[in-house]
Design a protein around this ligand. Sequence first.
Ligand SMILES: Cc1ncc(COP(=O)(O)O)c(C=O)c1O
Length: 450
Amino acid sequence: MVQLLNEFDCERTLKNGTYWMPFTANRRVKEDPASRIITSAKGAYYYTPDGKPLFDTLSGLWCTPLGHGHPRIVEALKTQAETLDYCTAFQMANPVTVRLAERIAGMAPNGLDHVFFANSGSEAVDTALKIALGYHRLRGEGSRFRMIGRERGYHGVGFGGMSVGGIVPNRKMFATGMMNGVDHLRHTYDSAHMAFSKGQPDWGVEYAEDLERLIGLHDASTIAAVIVEPVQGSTGVLVPPVGYLQGLREICTKHGILLIFDEVITGFGRMGDNFASQRFNVKPDMITFAKAVTNGIVPMGGVIVSSDIYDTFMTGPKNAVEFAHGYTYSGHPLAAAVGHAVLDIMEEEALISRARGLEPILEEAIHSLADLEGIKDIRNIGLTAAIDLVPASDAPGARGLALFELGLKNGLLLRCTGDTVSFGPPFISTPEQLQDMVETVRRLIVSVTQ
Ligand SMILES: Cc1ncc(COP(=O)(O)O)c(C=O)c1O
């Protein structure tokens, strides 16, 4: 394999497009493919073919909070591959996966006691939406078929997640394939009232009332579930106003609507707590998770479900499959073994409290950029933050792209979407690494906005 790769011309193959890159401006990559190749990673850094480090400012895609190449994870993967490398999850079980379900349920808010495994955030979301439909049908309320998402929400790219999602470019090309009956809450971002907030904005609790508007329009008897990210990650760390999530919870409970928190980014410590629902003290009926559960090393996702929902499914003839859903790789033993190693490391190295301890350091560093011209907003919560650049008047998104490309030349792998740059550094980062990251970003922003 190494020999093969030594002879392999990665740049040429990127140029000819044999490899179609996901969520990527492929033609832009072809202009300079060499700058887009990473060959190894260790700790909080990626390395380019010529050995240059790139600080991992987003923990991969929000998924590698423990950094890269942790020897205990490597060992767990190897041992599991030697012991039980695959096991069907249909009608059979293995102790590694079963115990992981127990550990995850133990980390979740009380009453969310049952775990259904998938392999990605998108699959987790589609699973949760199907559980919601099944739940109402089993209770004799099959008329509840609508899902309510939120503008600017991201719930993956399956047909379900895409339909409840609220990012226009992800939707418009596939508009004819949308799920029936989906509607969207207004997003909660208002720069006039919230710009440069630290943590949760005090303004905007009334956005929760938007759910009453949709209930007034559709009638509660047609609505199955509301799905929101507690903090909207992919559209640039949109932090919920104080009281907003509580408001959604109350309205859902009043109308018999299930509340799903999509915690694919916020789960497993990113908010300084196991889950964002604990940080914000709001208990949903289901939590979707993925990413950090395995430190991004082997794909895994899943849904944590309330006992009320689980018990509703556990009815009917005993020999019947209660939920006709699942994936060939649901609860894959390799992913489960990695999940255990990740949770062991998080516990033993107290990494979730470390993330909490780093929050004020990131907050102070990132808000120190507020004096720069060319910045519209800076916001943060947990170990996440985002900066909105003022877009160039003739080319929205151009400054974000320029910043990303400059980052590669200056030791940072940045996550820029449009003119927004998001940060979700590894929990193992040191305060100095966070401060250095922000200082480099300062220099780069000056150069792209002047
Ligand atoms: C909140 C949320 N849900 C779902 C997904 C989709 O996850 P995946 O890319 O693993 O399918 C993401 C991915 O970033 C996400 O942030």
